[in-house]
Design a protein around this ligand. Structure first.
Ligand SMILES: *[C@@H]1O[C@H](CO)[C@@H](O)[C@H](O)[C@H]1NC(C)=O
Ligand SMILES: *[C@@H]1O[C@H](CO)[C@@H](O)[C@H](O)[C@H]1NC(C)=O
Ligand SMILES: *[C@@H]1O[C@H](CO)[C@@H](O)[C@H](O)[C@H]1NC(C)=O
Length: 396
């Protein structure tokens, strides 16, 4: 055992020594005292207490430098969620002389985008850690989703900032009645009256079954669609096509900030703050806080990108958190979305315009039935192809 450690330490030292003084500042050591797991990027030291020694690089620019050293002439970076480009280019320490940000191919009448800061009873929707645990918040959010489940046809996606938040809300909705409700059904039962529910499983291996279930519920003619409860940064939010009927609207219930006490997050923020000090030569450098918001915003952009998947597709993007009214949140939204965003101060207006949006869409071309079936089929095959990859994703 000791020899393994020595060899590993020697390897580590060799790697450490291969960087010069400027580069070495991009790394941080971290010791986790009570770890039992090993992960690819950490080194285990066996002793009385198990410790994990990690040496993390917080500057992705170093990896890009390696590319350049290989003599790569062109690097094409493409994704729907790269913006803001300036800070990205700076992080990667590359100039990117050619930059392109496109609007979407769809026209204005194919999309409804709104920030919904309050629910029907006027209570603010604010999923910040101070308010999200309150009964009032969970109740208001639940009522809002019941309403949208009624208005939105077919597939509806609802994204939560984390699994624990999703579980807490669903638990609450299943167990409580709305205080002003005339009937005595729970919020959950009222949601299910409009749409059959599917919940994103924590275990990646169960995910393909959840997708099958969702597709089956969408095909079921006895109800008016299905609702998928999922988390930002989860499996539903990244890379799947919820085209046409598979996704007519996406609701974002809050900003998915990562845990600030997570050592990787904490050290990255510290690293950026050090870089962004006024004494530093780069005045445009991202601060730790800016990076933190940006990461969450990218996860949101990723999630809302699930619904409009082709030129003839249409759908709604609904931000249910009053903080999305803030300019520093809106500035992080995808470029193609920005022209369409409307902030609604009155809940009634949301219901009215959204209802009209979907009513006007009913009379579409007769080929729609085919394209819907294709959309569901593609969603399922897409998952099968990704199954291998999905089962390898770390669990949150
Ligand atoms: C360290 O390496 C980087 C590129 O790899 C170079 O730009 C920089 O000048 C070097 N710094 C020192 C102090 O040698
Ligand atoms: C230490 O490692 C364990 C296992 O990998 C992890 O669950 C725990 O959160 C880590 N603790 C800290 C403070 O990083
Ligand atoms: C949402 O809650 C946070 C934390 O409690 C608060 O700072 C913020 O002002 C609230 N809402 C808005 C729109 O700012």
């Amino acid at each position: 055992m000791r020899s393994i450690i020595v060899i590993r330490l020697r390897t580590l030292l060799a790697i450490v020594c291969s960087y010069n003084q400027t580069q070495i500042f991009c790394f941080q050591f971290h010791v986790n005292e009570s770890s039992r797991q090993t992960s690819g990027d950490s080194l285990q030291v066996f002793g009385k207490a198990s410790r994990t020694l990690s040496w993390w690089c917080f500057n992705p620019g170093l990896a890009m430098e390696e590319f350049l050293k290989l003599g790569v002439r062109s690097i094409i970076l493409t994704s729907g969620t790269l913006s803001p480009l300036d800070s990205l280019a700076m992080e990667l320490n590359l100039e990117f002389p050619v930059r392109l940000e496109n609007p979407h191919v769809i026209s204005q009448d194919q999309i409804w985008v709104g920030v919904v800061p309050v629910g029907p009873s006027g209570h603010p929707l604010n999923s910040s850690y101070r308010t999200r645990e309150t009964v009032k918040y969970k109740q208001e959010l639940g009522t809002v989703i019941v309403n949208f489940a009624r208005i939105v046809p077919d597939g509806l996606l609802v994204f939560f900032p984390s699994y624990s938040m999703m579980d807490k809300c669903i638990d609450y909705w299943k167990n409580r009645n709305h205080e002003h409700s005339v009937d005595d059904s729970t919020i959950w039962q009222r949601m299910c009256k409009h749409k059959q529910p599917v919940i994103e499983p924590r275990q990646s291996s169960n995910f393909p079954n959840a997708i099958e279930d969702y597709a089956a519920k969408l095909r079921d003619p006895s109800t008016s669609g299905a609702i998928f409860f999922a988390v930002c940064r989860g499996k539903v939010s990244e890379g799947l096509d919820f085209a046409d009927r598979a996704g007519r609207a996406v609701i974002v219930t809050g900003m998915p900030f990562s845990t600030p006490t997570d050592p990787k997050v904490r050290l990255k923020r510290e690293y950026l703050d050090k870089q962004a000090k006024p004494s530093n030569k780069n005045p445009k450098a991202l601060t730790g806080e800016e990076w933190y918001v940006q990461q969450a915003a990218r996860a949101v952009n990723q999630a809302v990108g699930r619904v409009i998947r082709h030129r003839h597709d249409y759908g709604a993007i609904i931000y249910c958190d009053e903080r999305f009214v803030w300019p520093n949140y809106q500035s992080q939204m995808s470029y193609w979305l920005k022209p369409y965003i409307k902030c609604y101060s009155k809940y009634g207006e949301v219901v009215q315009t959204l209802t009209r949006f979907f009513r006007d869409k009913v009379c579409v071309d007769p080929k729609e039935m085919d394209s819907n079936e294709i959309a569901l089929h593609r969603l399922q095959t897409n998952v099968c192809r990704r199954r291998f990859y999905l089962t390898r994703l770390p669990q949150q």
